[in-house]
Design a protein around this ligand. Structure first.
Ligand code: AGP
Length: 598
């Protein structure tokens, strides 16, 4: 969601802040700003819209010599995306950037009656409260400590002030914040990428920690207690996070799937079994059912996982949308293994669901792509998806690797009781997945050509059965996210219970028709739609004469291989439609990569 960067040192501060914000663009934002304190002078630049607008505004600014600076990309929560609402938010002599939500901002605002508020944001209360506390306490560190103590909600905060012009004050609760260093320089960011190539060592701040940093010095506190924290080397390679010749990060990430899935399986898929070093007998002792909780694409992977676990391991499993789960007063049983799935590891609803399960004493497992993220730190156990940094807002490789982890988990849970041939069949299919995910030039070309026929119409139905139903959900989600066309994923057998009323030539049905799972059933569902003149695009290894368009996938021997091929087809189709419509594929409107507010 919002992105934060900060810097203390001698290098070109403006350059570091703007480059850092560029790295965070993929998270989604609608305005941006920077503030710099140099030689006692406070400078601020803010702009609505793309970062380019901010870069233009600050183009004459020269920042040489020592200074401190903070920067922010904002995704509006309280107050519209305007320049006044953009961060940094200002007091009389201090500036603040903030990610998260201050839940008690109204109370704080009414307490600060004498202060003049310029924005509609919840963030602005932080800077005024700090200045009021400073008036009373006369010491910036004490004033910041008291400020942080008053705040309720979620936050990652950086604050600079003329009252202590060489320092940055910081605090973290519920939103990610990293502090990095290299000799005398200090860096801050809400995620790794802006720090790559700058900070040698980093520390991922924990909830409740706050502190103050100045040249060569970082003090971290927990309440009033000063704490020493271990900084670890930042080893991630920046090149891996670049676009590398593709038109969009999303395209690069679709093509990468065939490789990253090998990383996901490495050391886990063995010749005769699945090995998951993250799990053991003791941890799974007493587990009689499984609940999976996630949002968006991760939920779609989770639903696939629930089908696979029941199919292979015969353990009752279900998947729930985290934002629903949180408030439905769920009944939690202590023989349940609670699995959360998240690419970012920071999704607020998923994190809260995990907290609920933990507080009820359930065993918890995270399937996540970002090590050290909030969800990973909280869960009892984690299986990392190893997809690498995913920059496109529309998730692709995170999804296919999540599904792979779930498939491995299902087989891991099943393997003691599964017949040898069945187990071998699964393992063999897994090793063929990289091939199923490979994008061939001819397939991509065909989809590119086909995409021009799907730019209008009154809606899309993606339909499938069994695990191809969550895959249909995912296909529809991809399309609507980046093309802004209306699309729904539906269980094919359910169409006749209502949605078929919409069928006409302007209704596009994308039918997932695997040969290895319920082919005859889905075929008759598609025939029903065809009889009502819906325009049908069938994705299948089996020719289907009633289809208006047909995308042939390989004649695989396992339904999961068909699943993966179809996933790629739908990702490419959504992307090519979005490109033809002139949309920003990597940063679709209204969306954020990491949704850290509920
Ligand atoms: C994916 O294409 C979406 N942008 C979105 O649905 C995403 O999957 C969801 O917000 C959950 O994110 P997470 O996996 O980081 O928790």
């Amino acid at each position: 969601m919002c992105g934060i960067v900060g810097y203390i040192g001698e290098r070109d501060i403006k350059k570091f802040l703007l480059e850092g914000l560029k790295e965070l663009e993929y998270r989604g934002y609608d305005s941006a700003g920077i503030a710099i304190l140099q030689e006692g002078k406070l400078l601020i630049f803010k702009a609505v819209g793309k970062l380019e607008n901010l870069i233009q505004k600050a183009k004459d600014l020269k920042t040489e010599g020592f200074g401190v600076g903070i920067g922010h990309t904002r995704w509006a929560t309280h107050g519209k995306p305007t320049e006044l609402n953009a961060h940094p938010q200002m007091g009389e002599f201090s500036y603040v950037v903030h990610n998260g939500i201050i839940e008690n901002f109204k109370e704080i605002k009414s307490f600060l009656k004498e202060k003049q508020f310029l924005s509609q944001t919840d963030t602005e209360v932080i800077v005024h409260l700090f200045e009021k506390n400073l008036e009373e306490l006369g010491n910036p560190k004490e004033a910041f400590k008291r400020t942080v103590k008053t705040l309720k909600g979620a936050y990652a905060i950086l604050l600079i002030t003329k009252a202590d012009p060489n320092s940055i004050y910081f605090a973290k609760k519920g939103s990610p914040l990293i502090v990095g260093r290299d000799k005398d320089e200090v860096f801050f960011s809400s995620s790794d990428s802006p720090l790559i190539g700058y900070a040698k060592e980093v520390y991922y701040l924990e909830d409740g920690e706050w502190g103050v940093a100045s040249k060569g010095k970082i003090e971290i506190f927990e309440g009033s207690k000063r704490v020493e924290r271990e900084f670890k080397p930042l080893t991630i390679n920046k090149e891996l996070a670049q676009k590398g010749g593709y038109r969009f990060f999303m395209e690069k990430e679709i093509y990468e799937q065939s490789d990253v899935i090998i990383d996901t399986m490495m050391g886990r898929v063995k010749e005769d079994r699945i090995e998951l070093e993250e799990l053991d007998k003791e941890f799974l002792e007493g587990v009689e059912n499984i609940k999976i909780c996630a949002c968006g694409t991760s939920y779609n992977a989770g639903l696939t996982g629930a089908y696979l676990i029941e199919k292979l391991a015969k353990i009752p499993a279900n998947a729930e949308i985290a934002s629903e789960f949180r408030y439905k007063e769920p009944v939690l049983l202590n023989n349940t293994l609670f699995i959360v799935i998240s690419q970012s590891g920071e999704t607020a609803d998923t994190l809260e669901a995990l907290k609920m399960a933990k507080s009820e004493g359930l065993k918890t497992l995270a399937i996540c792509n970002v090590d050290n993220s909030s969800i990973v730190r909280l869960a009892d156990r984690t299986i990392l998806t190893r997809a690498g940094i995913e920059k496109g807002v529309a998730s692709t490789k995170a999804f296919t690797t999540q599904v792979m982890v779930l498939w491995m988990l299902a087989l891991y849970l099943a393997q003691e009781n599964l017949k040898k041939e069945l187990k071998e069949n699964e393992l063999k299919a897994m090793t063929k997945t990289p091939l199923a995910l490979k994008v061939s030039t001819s397939l991509h070309e065909r989809i590119k050509r086909l995409s021009k026929r799907y730019l209008h119409g009154h809606g899309f139905f993606f339909i499938g059965r069994d695990i191809f139903y969550p895959l249909a959900l995912e296909g529809a989600l991809k399309l609507k996210e980046i093309s802004y066309l209306h699309a729904e994923g539906y269980p094919a057998g359910e169409m006749k219970h209502g949605p078929i009323a919409l069928a006409d030539p302007e209704l596009f049905t994308i039918a997932l028709m695997p040969k290895n799972l319920l082919y005859e059933k889905i075929k008759s569902n598609v025939e029903e739609l065809s009889a009502r003149d819906s325009t049908i695009c069938a994705i299948s290894p089996v020719e289907f004469e009633l289809a208006d368009d047909f995308i042939k996938v390989n004649n695989a021997t396992h339904y999961m291989l068909e699943y993966y091929e179809m996933a790629v087809v739908m990702q490419l189709l959504a992307m090519e439609i979005a490109i033809r419509l002139g949309n920003d594929v990597d940063m679709p409107r209204n969306l954020a990569k990491s949704v850290t507010v509920e």
